[in-house]
Design a protein around this ligand. Structure first.
Ligand SMILES: [Zn+2]
Length: 209
């Protein structure tokens, strides 16, 4: 079961003949499969009036007109994305990616700067399995993040940035690595717990089913 992709896949090894037994398996396990899928948090499609997890809180997506710049209002907890109904979903996603890039870039430079390390490239992508990754090569240091981190509380986003920057010093998850992480932010434990508990919720943002 791929909770990030919100799907269940049945792998049929080898021969075509096994397809029949796979179909039988799905028929027999159908109720179990439904229970698993229903246990996932509700999809949060980018539609007018839809609830969207943003910075750890529930915002309402509001599209007041077709023109203008997207923004968010912390007081009324509204994501304001002017768009034609056909383009609302795409514009909302691009807005969240932009917000994620800004927040993650800021946090990354703060943490990398504190460590005296250089970051040559920051990518914000739609990765499904990892919240961040860090690659150190001769050509430069490259950190990638999932845009979905903008849906998590700011302290969680900041922790992931600190975690990836700490990999510029320790390329592993050794004791020394975690010691450094804890020196950089005092929220390692709660942030990790939040991510474990809410991963499926982050993947529900923008999902249509
Ligand atoms: Zn790591």
């Amino acid at each position: 079961m791929d909770t990030a992709g919100r799907t269940i896949a049945v792998t049929v090894p080898g021969h075509q003949r096994r397809l029949k037994s796979a179909q039988k398996f799905v028929r027999e396990k159908y109720d179990w499969i439904l229970v698993q899928l229903e246990a996932l948090p509700a999809a949060q499609p980018f539609i007018q009036g839809g609830n969207i997890l943003f910075r750890g809180e529930t915002y309402k997506l509001h599209s007041p007109s077709e023109r203008g710049h997207p923004s968010y209002d912390e007081q009324s907890k509204r994501l304001i994305v002017p768009a034609h109904p056909d383009t609302l979903s795409g514009r909302t996603k691009r807005f969240l990616i932009r917000e994620a890039r800004e927040a993650l870039t800021n946090c990354t430079y703060v943490h990398a700067g504190a460590l005296g390390k250089r970051v040559d490239k920051i990518s914000v992508r739609d990765t499904s399995t990892r919240w961040g990754s860090c690659v150190s090569r001769k050509t430069g240091n490259h950190i990638s993040y999932s845009w979905r981190l903008i849906c998590a509380p700011p302290f969680v986003l900041d922790y992931v940035a600190a975690h990836e920057c700490a990999h510029l010093v320790h390329a592993d998850h050794s004791k020394n690595f975690w010691r450094l992480c804890n020196d950089m932010v005092d929220t390692v434990k709660p942030a990790k717990a939040w991510l474990r508990k809410h991963a499926d919720q982050l993947h529900a943002v923008g999902a249509t089913r």
